[in-house]
Design a protein around this ligand. Structure first.
Ligand code: URA
Length: 214
């Protein structure tokens, strides 16, 4: 099963992803299980998001004959994690993109003004020659993702894609208005945000569930 397009957003409806996501949503799923499932889903999402990676034919020798065989050209990917829950996706994606570089963006929301403040930013120096896959499991209000993309654009990467597990309609709309040039990949679009900014029905606080901090 492929994907459904909503503007620049792709809903990835693969049965394996949907099944694992349902297990992650369940309140009784343990931290251990949640972490493993997030890594597995992330590998499947990486498969989808890298579909258009350029290939080149290279001459190789098998034990039987020589042939021109396809290989990835360039392979210049940076996985950028929005801290802290993005790290769970990066860990999974690195299993099938082991040569990818990794960047980190730390953001928090100022409680009074609700302005997004950056507290950490580290990306590879050669990011201008690389394609960025920005990851955060939850696209809720969209404020963090929007701010992270603005910050990344200052570093001028070749391209930026955004990958999440769950999106709220509010976050999708914000991202699509602010960054219509950034494709979004998500495994589900949920109903709405509650008054605390949680995605409903969602899966709770992704960081707490991933790291067992609650
Ligand atoms: N961040 C989370 O971890 N969960 C939500 O539901 C929304 C934002």
């Amino acid at each position: 099963m492929a994907s459904v397009i909503h503007g620049n957003a792709k809903l990835i409806e693969h049965p394996l992803i949907q099944h694992k996501l349902t297990l992650m949503r369940k309140a009784e799923t343990s931290t251990h299980k949640f972490r493993g499932l997030l890594a597995e889903i992330s590998m499947l999402l990486a498969y989808e998001v890298t579909r258009d990676m350029p290939m080149a034919l290279t001459e190789i020798k098998t034990p039987v004959a020589t042939m021109k065989a396809p290989m990835l050209e360039g392979k210049k990917i940076v996985l950028v994690s929005i801290l802290r829950a993005g790290q769970g996706i990066v860990d999974g994606m690195l299993r099938i993109l082991p040569s990818a570089r990794v960047g980190h963006i730390g953001l928090y929301r100022e409680p009074k003004t609700h302005v997004v403040v950056e507290y950490y930013f580290k990306v590879p120096r050669d990011i201008a020659e690389r394609d960025v896959i920005l990851v955060d499991p939850m696209l809720a209000t969209g404020n963090s993702a929007v701010a992270a993309v603005h910050r990344l654009k200052e570093t001028n990467p070749r391209s930026i894609k955004f990958v999440c597990l769950l999106a709220a309609p509010e976050g999708l709309q914000q991202m699509q208005e602010e960054h219509p040039d950034v494709p979004i990949y998500t495994a589900a679009i949920d109903e709405h945000l509650d008054e605390n900014g949680y995605i409903v029905p969602g899966l709770g606080d992704a960081g707490d569930r991933l790291f067992g901090t609650k």
